[in-house]
Design a protein around this ligand. Structure first.
Ligand code: GDP
Ligand code: MG
Length: 179
């Protein structure tokens, strides 16, 4: 097979309340692992993965928060230059859903690309005690012009799809990623 040329490197952020499963989603996507013991304490700056979408090979630098989100101390450099963001809540935590507005405000304040593509992810759908319905998630996403998917880092539902749809939309947005 012919070696494909990498189209571009994209900066993707994962944000949302502490404990919603941001690091778990990232590890599932990059390493295809889920470790309930380790995930809570793991903190990386970013992880790199290539992803081919619609025949375009892209390199993703996906930034995790390493726990600073607990104190809302993400710095402007975290947000700078990002083309895409994954905003995560936990479907079994209404509290994490109610904080989405605050995260969008933060994003609005610090992001440097105003046509940045946003994906809302309702994580932990494998759990039985849902406090947030799919309709509520969808409604929030529509209101804020975001893509939306429910997912589980534990069972690997929707994880690949979330990243693929985000990257597809970024590639389709003129002027967002070309240098
Ligand atoms: P972060 O603080 O947002 O990075 O969240 P973590 O990835 O550290 O996850 C917090 C806790 O939720 C850990 O105990 C994970 O094992 C657990 N967790 C993460 N994703 C899922 C999921 O999809 N389903 C379930 N049941 N638990 C999850
Ligand atoms: Mg984390």
């Amino acid at each position: 097979m012919e070696e494909q040329e990498i189209l571009t490197t994209l900066k993707i952020l994962i944000i949302g309340e502490s404990g919603v499963g941001k690091s778990s989603l990232l590890l599932r996507f990059t390493d295809d692992t889920f470790d309930p013991e380790q995930a809570a304490t793991i903190g990386v700056d970013f992880k790199v993965r290539t992803l081919t979408v619609d025949g375009n090979k892209t390199k993703l630098a996906i930034w995790d928060t390493a726990g600073q989100e607990r104190f809302r101390t993400l710095t402007p450099s975290y947000y700078r230059g990002a083309q895409g963001v994954i905003l995560v809540y936990d479907v079994s935590s209404k509290q994490s859903f109610n904080k989405l507005d605050a995260w969008l405000n933060e994003l609005e304040t610090f992001s440097t690309k105003h046509d940045m593509v946003k994906m809302l992810v309702g994580n932990k759908i494998d759990k039985s005690n849902h406090e947030v319905t799919k309709e509520e998630g969808l409604k929030f996403a529509r209101k804020h012009h975001m893509l939306f998917i429910e997912a589980s880092a534990k069972t690997n539902d929707g994880v690949q799809c979330a990243f693929e749809e985000l990257v597809e939309k970024i590639i389709q947005t003129p002027g967002l990623w070309e240098t």
